[in-house]
Design a protein around this ligand. Structure first.
Ligand SMILES: *[C@@H]1O[C@H](CO)[C@@H](O)[C@H](O)[C@H]1NC(C)=O
Ligand SMILES: *[C@@H]1O[C@H](CO)[C@@H](O)[C@H](O)[C@H]1NC(C)=O
Ligand SMILES: *[C@@H]1O[C@H](CO)[C@@H](O)[C@H](O)[C@H]1NC(C)=O
Ligand SMILES: *[C@@H]1O[C@H](CO)[C@@H](O)[C@H](O)[C@H]1NC(C)=O
Ligand SMILES: *[C@@H]1O[C@H](CO)[C@@H](O)[C@H](O)[C@H]1NC(C)=O
Length: 251
């Protein structure tokens, strides 16, 4: 191969790479639905772990799973001009305060605004979620229907227990719901156990439970929510897991 040919080959490959790269870009760009998503997560959080992750001692922490959010899997921040308006959800206030509190700050408004801005504006592409009242109301309905707190107690999985096997929790949930939720943990500190943090149930656009297997698609998954500094949660490992009943800050 003479130097001229190999040079052309290299240049050719270079252009081919550019072309292929930009054509996938074009496809993504021309998509009719720039914020396409396929399923929803109803994310439950364990308040004690949230407190710990935020270095907050949360005197008298809440001892039931609360809502973190209702999140489309592949879209976020979809409409910056659609502002959160507390007056639209005033009828939901009792449930919002009880089941969807900001476990760190006494005023929950900033948390709800964040959830609406980041996730609600994307979920609103569904007619059944296309207002703030529908979005927050539906999340509360689904949360009550899943009723995770009652089921966990019924099968004897109680906070304060540090001899729970992750697999036992997961298998119990799978047999109750016929789907396997994602269970996320805070990685252990030196000599400690992983700590239970979040349980994410996956839902279809019709709000039925589904398995969380990744749907085939080119769009990247949305990021973890950063409101509570929980971006470094991991899937729990198949070992013992700590389900804390009080905040213990190691410092
Ligand atoms: C964004 O929200 C505004 C205000 O509610 C609305 O008028 C507009 O249609 C929305 N845009 C999209 C693309 O949904
Ligand atoms: C919470 O903060 C919002 C604005 O950030 C304010 O409008 C609202 O009145 C506050 N709520 C309470 C209960 O203090
Ligand atoms: C903790 O969970 C294990 C396994 O389910 C159970 O055998 C044990 O009795 C529980 N301990 C407490 C203190 O609840
Ligand atoms: C979820 O997956 C489990 C195990 O693969 C399966 O038995 C179950 O039927 C699935 N559930 C749904 C709703 O598809
Ligand atoms: C699970 O195990 C891997 C490999 O040992 C480790 O890197 C990761 O931090 C563990 N995750 C949790 C939540 O402990």
């Amino acid at each position: 191969m003479n130097p001229m040919t190999s040079c052309c080959l290299i240049v050719g490959c270079f252009w081919l790479a550019i072309f292929c790269g930009s054509s996938t870009c074009m496809l993504a760009y021309n998509d009719d639905h720039p914020h396409k998503w396929e399923m929803l997560y109803l994310v439950h959080q364990w308040p004690v772990t949230v407190c710990k992750m935020n270095d907050h001692d949360c005197k008298d922490p809440i001892l039931y799973w609360t809502i973190h959010g209702l999140w489309p899997d592949k879209a976020e921040d979809c409409n910056s001009t659609w502002h959160f308006d507390m007056s639209e959800i005033k009828d939901l206030m009792d449930d919002m305060n009880k089941y969807w509190p900001d476990v760190i700050h006494p005023n929950h408004t900033r948390f709800w605004k964040h959830e609406w801005d980041k996730h609600g504006t994307c979920a609103a592409s569904l007619e059944s979620l296309n207002s703030q009242k529908k979005y927050f109301g539906k999340a509360l309905d689904v949360y009550k229907k899943i009723d995770l707190n009652s089921y966990l107690l019924k099968i004897g999985i109680k906070p304060g227990n540090s001899s729970l096997q992750l697999a036992a929790i997961r298998d119990a949930l799978t047999s109750i719901y016929n789907v396997t939720p994602k269970i996320q943990c805070l990685a252990p500190e030196e000599g400690q156990l992983q700590t239970l943090a979040q349980i994410k149930f996956c839902l279809t656009k019709e709000f039925t439970l589904r398995n969380c297997t990744e749907p085939k698609s080119d769009s990247p998954p949305a990021h973890e929510d950063h409101f509570f500094k929980m971006e470094n949660l991991l899937n729990c490992n198949d070992t013992l897991v700590y389900y804390p009943s009080h905040v213990h800050l190691y410092k």
